[in-house]
Design a protein around this ligand. Structure first.
Ligand code: DON
Length: 578
């Protein structure tokens, strides 16, 4: 009797334990053959399941991507976009751009009122929440394209784990139940409130979360992926968006195309860097940062010393100044990539860094160089929380590597769920310049190259990156975090290369970030008070935050070939290998 009465309590305790994830690991996860690391253990497992049934890194990445759309609705998605960087064991690289596009009816001033002010001048902005913030989603096209062109298994096979997770449900972790409950705007979409907040009767940690509409949508994609852009699904999606006052039409969906682009390449202290080209600013900014820093002996200054952070922050500041000025969709604007990643240009920027004094962003003078011209902009802004995007990395037994960052932009995107289809839609339109000189949701200031135009892709900071040592696969890197993505990837890379950290230590190490404006270094609160004071005494303003980002990174041990993953304890990251 006693046991029986206690059963429900016991059950919910078990469920709670099952949903509890171990604290941040201090040592890397080791695997002899293949490994997947992502923000959610079930998504990593979905990927490894593919590796163990004869699939390659692309099969694993696609399975993980679809699974994340189920288990991580904050950012995993069908209704968003992203970038996939693949490096085959043969050394061939492919960069798959499945970033969202502005709908045909979008106009440069669509978020401005008659006076030219950002509209409405209140929270939430229409570029952030609701139907008008939605860009034409690219994720389904991107994952299907990757699978078809570079995977070994069938689409049905790689989507199967996601369908099962959606249909049978999965236990919600504490943090995920909190995110679903606490989001300020999810309840504004009746369909989102019904599905993700159970109509206001919120999910508890450990409860099973089932998504039957999403399971059905995934089944339809598995059966006929073209239907999402050209058939009944496209018509249903467009009709739902139209009813809500959004701009994306069936014709926009039909016109969506995935693009393969040449990745950005650079070198840093003898390592080869392969990263995201425009319409991401990530790879260009990362290479520029590393080029500037190559002229300093960071190792001698010491990991997380005030002297080293000062120099890194100064490099970040300069690369973000260039980002604001020059970056946008290369199909619409000329982006001077070659100049920006030129080592001579970096050397000129380096000369403007004082070893012991912070520069002032407003006084920064861009070195005169080739075609680069300066258009002064200044505006001080604050970064807003919460943010969400997600990154996952895969290395398979053959040495094929995949690095994917995907996003709805904001956490839960536009908060709009496509009626009857069970998935959230992005608010990627906010990554465009709504008005030059006025910050977006991440406090980023953007230039004319990133103005809204029909069919254009908004500028991104997503930075899926692969690093080679002596021409051999060494690191697979990436993180969410809006503008902090770029500096998080730099933090992890420099941690390994300059400070000899292992991949887990490099992911764990306290992060810091500078994005030109606002003129401040953002630091995680675990950075030592002495270091913070050292930075202040050099004239830096510091803003302290608990933590950000989610580095899901892999290192291949150059000696043993072992796969070592660093998953991020800041969230519920989990690497799974075999
Ligand atoms: O593409 C971008 O740069 C942004 N939409 C990413 C947003 C983001 O990473 C929010 N994350 N935590």
């Amino acid at each position: 009797m006693r046991t029986r009465r206690n059963l429900p309590i016991l059950c919910s305790l078990c469920a709670l334990l099952a949903a509890t994830v171990a604290a941040a690991p201090l040592r890397p996860t080791h695997a002899p053959h293949g490994i997947v690391t992502s923000v959610h253990e079930l998504a990593s497992r979905a990927g490894v399941e593919m590796l163990q049934s004869g699939g390659n890194a692309v099969d694993a990445a696609v399975a993980t991507g679809f699974a994340l759309a189920v288990v991580h609705p904050q950012a995993g998605n069908l209704g968003g976009g992203g970038f996939l960087l693949l490096r085959n064991a043969t050394g061939k690289t492919h960069f798959i751009d499945f970033r969202e596009k502005a709908p045909a009816a979008a106009t440069e001033n669509m978020y401005l009122d008659a006076q030219g002010n950002v509209l409405p001048d209140s929270n939430p902005l229409s570029s952030v929440v609701g139907y008008r913030s939605i860009g034409v989603p690219g994720s389904v096209a991107g994952l299907v394209y990757a699978e078809k062109n570079y995977g070994k298994l069938s689409l049905q096979k790689v989507i199967a784990p996601a369908i099962k997770l959606a249909r049978d449900g999965f236990a919600l972790a504490y943090e995920d139940a909190q995110d679903l409950k606490r989001d300020k705007y999810l309840a504004e979409s009746p369909e989102s409130k019904r599905i993700f907040q159970r109509g206001g009767n919120y999910y508890h940690p450990g409860e099973l979360f089932k998504q039957p509409e999403l399971a059905r949508t995934l089944e339809r994609i598995a059966k006929d992926p073209g239907d999402f852009y050209h058939g009944a699904m496209a018509r249903e999606l467009a009709a739902a968006i139209h009813r809500g006052g959004g701009l994306v039409t069936a014709a926009d969906l039909a016109a969506y195309e995935v693009k393969e682009r040449e990745p950005v390449r650079g070198t840093y202290r003898g390592y080869d860097i392969i990263s995201a080209p425009p319409p991401s600013s990530g790879g260009v900014a990362l290479v520029e940062i590393l080029n500037i820093l190559e002229g300093f002996d960071l190792a001698k200054l010491g990991n997380r010393s005030a002297d080293a952070i000062h120099l890194e922050a100064e490099a970040f500041r300069r690369a973000f100044d260039d980002r604001a000025e020059f970056m946008g969709d290369p199909d619409f604007a000329k982006v001077p990539v070659a100049q920006l990643i030129d080592k001579k240009y970096a050397a000129a920027w380096r000369d403007s860094i004082e070893l012991n004094h912070a520069s002032a962003s407003k006084d920064l003078k861009r070195p005169a160089f080739a075609e680069l011209e300066r258009v002064a902009q200044s505006r001080s802004v604050a970064i807003r929380e919460p943010e969400n995007t997600t990154h996952y990395s895969v290395v398979d037994a053959e040495g094929n590597a995949v690095s994917v960052t995907t996003t709805l932009n904001d956490s839960f995107g536009s908060r709009v769920t496509a009626e009857g289809m069970g998935f959230l839609l992005n608010d990627e339109m906010d990554d465009f310049t709504a008005k030059q000189g006025v910050p977006n949701v991440y406090g980023l200031i953007q230039g004319p190259a990133n103005s809204i135009e029909p069919g254009k892709r908004p500028l991104s900071a997503m930075t899926p990156t692969i690093v080679l040592k002596n021409g051999t696969l060494f690191l697979v890197l990436g993180s969410p975090g809006g503008p902090t993505i770029i500096t998080t990837v730099a933090n992890v890379l420099i941690g390994v290369v300059d400070f000899s950290l292992d991949i887990q230590e490099a992911v764990n190490a306290p992060r810091f970030h500078h994005q030109w404006l606002p003129d401040e270094i953002l630091v995680e609160d675990r950075l030592s008070p002495d270091t913070m004071n050292g930075l202040r005494s050099k004239g830096h303003k510091l803003t302290v935050r608990h933590f950000w980002g989610d580095g899901e990174c892999i290192m291949v041990d150059p000696k043993t070939g072992e796969r070592l993953a660093g998953s991020d304890g800041r969230n519920n990251g989990k690497a799974v290998g075999y």
